[in-house]
Write a protein that binds this ligand. Structure first.
Ligand SMILES: C[S@@+](CC[C@H](N)C(=O)[O-])C[C@H]1O[C@@H](n2cnc3c(N)ncnc32)[C@H](O)[C@@H]1O
Length: 312
């Protein structure tokens, strides 16, 4: 949390800076190269108004590498196979805004859905950010299923390794838990004391329902394999163009059980992008042709363990 806050402080200061007061020259050509690179690696389409944000976030990468020219940094990225720098570049350009029970109307729908399912549940949260969303899913399952929630598995992935590390740790500020009821705080979190005052930690019983791993939705081949009962894909498609969204959605089709649900973010409408989905409720989708895919999905083995083990 501290790291994110300091990142915001730097961003605010630098993005409000007149260009001539900036540490590094940042040209239109630099911005165009960055846009092309992040699109290529993550499918993220950066609009013009992200220019200041891009400058402030990548200026830190230049400082970290003791470089003084954007072109030099970008040449290095393109020419080297420095995977850790590519990771840092990608992490720097993602937007990770999230919160517990964000878009709260989805969680009663999830609770009702899982209460009527038979067999072990498999849920994928594919843009998990710092973890508030998958932990909200886990809390919902515990509330809806009681002890049976132990049989459910929740896979939480993201492209950004920095946010995944935070999600994995399950430590949040008390402030981040302000939207949680007293009952949820008591049941699902431990309150920090002493050096950890002001923080709260997800209880082990909740933590053990989740596995974390990196999955870039823009890659052609995914390590994640289904079939899933539920996919949460909220507030990430907004960063993708339509062809990328279409490819991601078609991939989801192959990973969903025939009667599975797909949860989208409040401003994401998948029916404009793919005919494979039909709206079932407010930003909740089901497969348009669930029956036709039933055989394929049922015969596919549940192979989520590989990525889950790798992530743990
Ligand atoms: C705005 S957050 C949304 C978090 C959460 N789903 C929610 O709705 O609160 C978007 C997340 O998408 C992730 N992301 C961006 N591009 C991605 C990609 N190509 N593959 C996987 N995750 C990606 C970002 O790292 C970020 O954590």
């Amino acid at each position: 949390m501290e790291a994110r806050q300091s990142r915001r402080t730097i961003e605010t200061v630098e993005s409000e800076m007149p260009e001539h007061e900036r540490d590094f020259v940042f040209t239109n050509a630099d911005f165009a190269r960055i846009r092309a690179l992040i699109y290529q690696v993550a499918g993220i389409s950066l609009s013009d108004h992200k220019r200041d944000m891009v400058y402030s976030r990548l200026a830190r990468r230049l400082r970290a590498r003791s470089m003084t020219v954007f072109g030099e940094y970008l040449d290095y990225l393109e020419r080297s196979r420095d995977e850790s720098e590519w990771e840092a570049f990608t992490n720097a350009l993602t937007t990770n805004l999230t919160s517990f029970f964000r878009e709260a109307h989805h969680f009663p729908i999830l609770a009702d859905f899982v209460a009527h399912r038979k067999g072990p549940l498999s849920i994928w949260c594919c843009a998990a950010s710092t973890g508030e969303e998958p932990y909200s899913i886990a809390m919902t399952l515990q509330e809806a299923l009681g002890a049976n929630a132990r049989n459910a598995s929740i896979l939480a992935t993201d492209i950004d390794t920095q946010v995944l590390a935070k999600a994995d740790a399950g430590v949040y500020s008390i402030e981040q838990g302000k939207n949680l009821s007293a009952e949820r705080l008591r049941r699902f979190f431990l309150k920090g004391t002493g050096a950890h005052a002001g923080q709260m930690k997800v209880r082990p019983e909740l933590r053990q329902m989740l596995k974390f791993g990196r999955q870039n939705l823009h890659e052609d081949r995914w390590a994640v394999q289904g079939p899933f009962d539920v996919i949460f894909c909220r507030n990430v498609m907004i960063y993708f163009d339509k062809p990328t969204q279409g490819r991601v959605l078609e991939h989801f089709v192959s990973l969903m059980k025939p009667d599975a649900l797909l949860f989208a973010g409040h401003s994401e409408n998948f029916t404009y992008v793919s005919r494979s989905f039909r709206l079932r409720g407010q930003t909740v989708y089901e497969l348009a042709n669930g029956a036709a895919t039933r055989g394929a999905a049922q015969s596919a083995p549940a192979q989520t363990e590989a990525v889950r083990e790798e992530a743990s």
